[in-house]
Design a binder for this molecule. Sequence first.
Ligand SMILES: *Cc1c(COP(=O)(O)O)cnc(C)c1O
Length: 363
Amino acid sequence: MKYQERVYNFSAGPSMLPLEVLEQAAREMTNYDGSGMSVMEMSHRSADFKRIIETAEKDLREIMNIPDNYRVLFLQGGGHLQFAMVAANLMRSSKKADYIVTGSWAKKAAKEAAKFGDVRVVASSEDKTFTYIPKVSKEDFRSDADYVYLCANNTIYGSHYSQFPDTGAIPLVGDFSSCILSEEVDVSKFGILWAGAQKNIGPAGVVIVIIREDLIGFAPENTPSMLDYKIMADNDSMYNTPPTYGIYIAGLTFQWIKAQGGVKAVHENNVKKAAMLYDYIDSSRLYTAPVAKEDRSLMNVVFVTGDAELDKKFVAEAKEHGLVNLNGHRSIGGMRASIYNAMPIAGVEQLIAFMKKFEEENA
Ligand SMILES: *Cc1c(COP(=O)(O)O)cnc(C)c1O
């Protein structure tokens, strides 16, 4: 089906970007800031691009309050490459790493890391199809583990950490792909905090890695250069041609967040949107949200009718109303409304109105 207007796109990723960002990119598409060329056509060594990447980093540092002893890297290879890169660089001493498995992405990360050393799953919520965040305490981690790994927001199952475990002196690594910039985070609690861009920042192809300086430089000698954080950091993310256009869009999104009043203001809006949706689901006769209340994601709202056929009908009819990509991940079915930063309140209101109508017609 073809739409005349932009739809409310509830895709989990790549996902909706702020309209203002897209419109600015459109205005600048063929002639960026008087350069006479598109950012896509520009040398990554040019003064214009240097300004783009430096401003993007400066703005990200500002909105995330990133301490000075952390480096910000703009890399490629998606989330999946970080699954390997984290292990390749951080298994630097005992070659032991402890993983908390709260969903498919953390599970995949653990599996990949096992190629590099001794991976132990310290806790998992797979027993209840990842509908909660398992509680762990400092004693659960091996004292000589090189790092502890978690996924901050489980995009597929719709669960989320509201409080991170205390790992003591062991560096904590967090995959923030689907919640970066959705709420304030204390970066200093993490050794590495990384995120693929395509959920809340910009186009697929950029990965943001925020890494504490003392964790850089431990990749073994035979590590491919592109997988070595030190080489990436020493070359200011420009060892090779970086994903220039994606970095430019990421920079526009950071400016958009500043214009919204920063991450705090964006978070307040996200809390509002998620509460509207969960409150309605909890009050309805037709829909249920399977995730434990205290662990529910602000970004990915998972719900079901309990009838797989009816779920399919819901997704198809919603699409006709301009509410698209509401299907759950192919591995679990049901419905998932991804309501990242760029989803306006009006989109959530329209979704709820449609859900009510569908409930009246089908309950
Ligand atoms: C999407 C996602 C990934 C996978 O990212 P790719 O860029 O497709 O490799 C990993 N972790 C989380 C939390 C995600 O949401």
